[in-house]
Design a binder for this molecule. Structure first.
Ligand SMILES: Cc1cc2nc3c(=O)[nH]c(=O)nc-3n(C[C@H](O)[C@H](O)[C@H](O)COP(=O)(O)OP(=O)(O)OC[C@H]3O[C@@H](n4cnc5c(N)ncnc54)[C@H](O)[C@@H]3O)c2cc1C
Length: 110
């Protein structure tokens, strides 16, 4: 694939190539393919790796208790049954808050 300087936006970028891609011509699209392999990363928000819910296959119950493991509650993003439609940290904090409330309720002070 060929691309002109203008097509890759060369006029707006630093003339210093990153070290891992310096063997490519900075004005060629192959340089940008190399850049993508080096620096592009996912910022997906991982959730639901240990879903809660009364559903076969979910690993925590509705009280955040890990099924089959005594004394373990899960209070993080992993228990979300599905990805939410907003950023995840506030929901994660609310899960933790609910989890602590459950812990306190189950272990009242004498
Ligand atoms: C790049 C990026 C940007 C983000 N930006 C935002 C944002 O702007 N707004 C927002 O709402 N959310 C954002 N999030 C999502 C947010 O960070 C997560 O939803 C949140 O941190 C999830 O909390 P958690 O407690 O489930 O997991 P984590 O915060 O990942 O906590 C897990 C902890 O467990 C520790 N750990 C792992 N394995 C072990 C082990 N074996 N033993 C002991 N400790 C262990 C880890 O070191 C870590 O401290 C972002 C996430 C990423 C990756």
């Amino acid at each position: 694939m060929n691309a002109s300087t203008a097509e890759v936006g060369y006029e707006r970028i630093s003339p210093k190539p990153i070290r891992a891609c310096e063997h490519f011509n900075l004005t060629h699209v192959t340089y940008w393919h190399c850049i993508m392999k080096q620096v592009v990363l996912s910022i997906h928000y991982p959730v639901a790796s240990g879903k809660m819910g009364a559903v076969v296959g979910h690993t925590a119950d509705l009280n955040l208790k890990e099924i089959g493991v005594n004394g373990l509650r899960v209070m993080d993003a992993s228990v979300m049954p599905n990805i939410i439609s907003l950023k995840t940290i506030v929901a994660t904090m609310m899960i933790a808050k609910k989890g602590v409330d459950m812990l306190i309720k189950d272990n009242p002070r004498e």
